[in-house]
Design a protein around this ligand. Structure first.
Ligand SMILES: Cc1ncc(COP(=O)(O)O)c(C=O)c1O
Length: 368
């Protein structure tokens, strides 16, 4: 994995996160093109970038709507004018403040829907939107093997029927095969699980006489394999940036496809044998392990970010390789881009190798 990555603009204060718009646009185009003749629409997940500017680029390229993971994220994008928003999360609407915010979104966003995987959750959503001019749209979440959330596929119809009895509008089903991100082989297997689970859920809906409109699946690791019937929509997020994990999984070709990078500075070499950079967990998140490290520094062959404290990253350099000096600026490729985006207020934006400005990470911190 050795490669020359775009340099951060000179004079930049670190740590900073910078995005290469040429790479980002190519990533957006590639995903959109891969769905071109599939009959499957794209509802990219905003959790990966939380940026209104980047979301607009995804819509301009052909995305049908957007996916978010919290009511707060939905509010930020609704405020910016986005009118097709799916909260792919089993939000608990029992808190009165939360219930009111959901109702406001439901009544002001042209197409607004939300995930559900329990009768209790559905009851709270129904209560929160009782008396609205139209019923709240929900999608039943099914578990396709990640075993995180979602009802067993064969029980999806029962929950759908209950949602209808509660006065909700059941638009369809959604699933997320998180287990597909474990390895290269797990990708097609996870996608096959999504398809199989969706087919079972459709049969279960049909047994209850409930029509299925939307059949929505995740994710960057599975998108290539699950862009086919019965899916009607995919919700990948990470593909816009990619990261070291996506290179390992083969969801993108190489580090040249990574559009989000972290600029760091060597701040200490005082302890014998150690190189310390100003990027710890408060910059890179905790994504990593002692085997693969906590991020890559491609400009130093064989180097290894072996440990992170909050504000310090420990960079191991192999014997015989030139060591960086205090003050040197290094580029880190994160293992996972999404948590990094969530840790910064703004992106430094590069186009054609030059800095063109800073964009806010608009939905940062809007977690509730
Ligand atoms: C429900 C749901 N949908 C879609 C995605 C997008 O997956 P990815 O970021 O791997 O593309 C996620 C990611 O966590 C998710 O939780």
């Amino acid at each position: 994995m050795s490669l020359v990555l775009p340099e951060p603009p000179s004079g930049i204060e670190t740590p900073a996160v910078y995005i290469d718009l040429d790479v980002v646009d190519a990533n957006i185009e590639r995903m959109q093109a891969s769905l071109a003749h599939s009959g499957v629409s794209l509802g990219p997940h905003m959790k990966s970038h939380k940026s209104v500017n980047l979301a607009r680029r995804q819509l301009e390229a052909g995305a049908a709507g957007i996916t978010v993971s919290s009511v707060g994220e939905a509010e930020v994008f609704a405020e910016a004018g986005f009118d097709d928003i799916f909260v792919a999360y089993t939000v608990w609407a029992g808190n009165p403040l939360r219930g009111k915010r959901i109702r406001d979104l439901h009544e002001h966003v042209r197409s607004f829907s939300i995930g559900v995987d329990s009768v209790a959750g559905a009851q709270q959503l129904a209560l929160a939107t009782q008396g609205s001019p139209r019923p709240l749209r929900v999608l039943v979440e099914i578990d396709s093997g990640a075993h995180r959330t979602g009802v067993p596929p064969h029980e999806a119809g029962d929950l759908a029927a209950e949602c209808l009895r509660l006065g909700l509008d059941v638009a369809g089903i959604f699933t997320y095969a998180g287990h597909a991100g474990k390895s290269r082989d797990a990708r097609p297997e996870g996608a096959a699980d999504e398809v199989q689970a969706a087919e079972q859920a459709i049969a279960s809906f049909s047994a209850q006489g409930v029509p299925v409109g939307i059949v929505s699946a995740g994710s960057t690791p599975t998108a290539h394999f699950s862009s086919r019937a019965p899916m009607t929509e995919l919700r990948p997020g990470e593909y816009i940036f990619n990261d070291a994990d996506n290179v390992r999984l083969g969801t993108c070709e190489s580090l040249a496809d990574v559009g989000l990078l972290v600029a760091t500075t060597v701040v200490s070499t005082a302890v014998e044998g150690q190189v310390i950079i100003d990027a710890g967990t408060k910059v890179l998140g905790r994504e990593g392990n002692p085997d693969k490290g906590f991020g890559l520094v491609p400009s130093i062959p064989g180097s290894f970010l072996r440990l992170l404290n909050e504000h310090h990253g420990y960079l191991s350099i192999p014997d015989g390789v030139e060591r960086p000096s205090v003050g040197d600026v290094l580029t880190v490729v994160p293992n996972h881009a999404c948590p990094v985006a969530n840790l910064f207020d703004e992106y430094v934006v590069l186009r054609g190798g030059s800095g063109i400005g800073r964009w806010p990470v608009d939905a940062r911190g809007h977690l509730s």
